[in-house]
Write a protein that binds this ligand. Structure first.
Ligand SMILES: Nc1nc2c(ncn2[C@@H]2O[C@H](COP(=O)(O)OP(=O)(O)O[C@H]3O[C@H](CO)[C@@H](O)[C@H](O)[C@@H]3O)[C@@H](O)[C@H]2O)c(=O)[nH]1
Ligand SMILES: [Mg+2]
Length: 191
């Protein structure tokens, strides 16, 4: 466990859209030994995600969209099924989750529950995602959803059991989405 962290150099390698830095730092350990690391850190900002579920219908609302990062890494058509999510930008996490739910799925939900905040890829990505869930019903629908600007998002309202089957089969393989579905399962709210 390091006692002290001294930054030697913090260089921006790219700031085209998000920020890629190369940070050089010395870690002083308990025994006084100093270790120098040079590590790349990718800063895409923080995000929020929200699982929309309906206890009566036993359904969840998910999104499907093209994700180029998955396409360049083995996802054949690049399409990924995910819980609704977005980058915080200037918003508070809950406000972001609510806004993304409307923009991406069309649902304007009532009470929202905060679950936790998780680092999703701490080896090199700064991003902290704030996790939420909310019950939805048909009266919450404001429009068909689909995202803003050049986002082209399909909205999937599917049975919870089908979502779990898609996790088991590998069709759903987005970390935040699996975590949220398992939270619903752990709590037994969809039983
Ligand atoms: N021009 C440009 N646009 C970009 C770039 N990278 C992303 N965008 C655009 O920025 C917008 C981001 O949409 P959001 O809905 O706010 O974010 P997200 O991509 O869905 O991110 C959410 O899910 C991610 C995956 O789990 C999370 O990493 C993230 O924190 C957030 O929760 C999208 O329109 C996307 O096309 C880029 O390099 N250039
Ligand atoms: Mg999004």
């Amino acid at each position: 466990m390091p006692l002290k962290i001294d930054v030697i150099k913090d260089k921006i390698l790219s700031d085209n859209y998000f920020i890629l830095r190369n940070v050089t730092y010395d870690l002083t350990r308990n025994d006084g030994e100093v270790v120098r690391h040079k590590r790349e850190v990718y800063d895409r900002g923080n995000g929020a995600t929200i699982m929309l579920y309906n206890r009566d219908k036993k359904t969840v609302v998910l999104t499907r969209q093209f994700r180029v990062a998955t396409w360049v890494n083995g996802n054949k058509d690049g399409m990924l099924i995910e819980a609704c999510a977005g980058l915080l930008d200037a918003d508070e996490p809950e406000a972001c989750a609510r806004k993304e739910a409307i923009e991406e799925t069309g649902f304007q939900v009532g009470a929202v529950e905060k679950l936790f905040e998780l680092y999703m890829s701490p080896g090199g990505v700064t991003e902290l995602i704030h996790f939420f869930m909310a019950e939805y019903d048909d009266s919450h629908r404001t429009w068909a959803g689909g995202g803003v600007e050049d986002e082209d998002i399909d909205v999937l309202e599917i049975p919870f059991t089908e979502a779990l089957e898609k996790v088991a089969s590998g069709e759903i393989r987005d970390g935040k989405t699996v975590i949220l579905l398992q939270q619903l399962q752990l709590r037994g709210v969809m039983a």
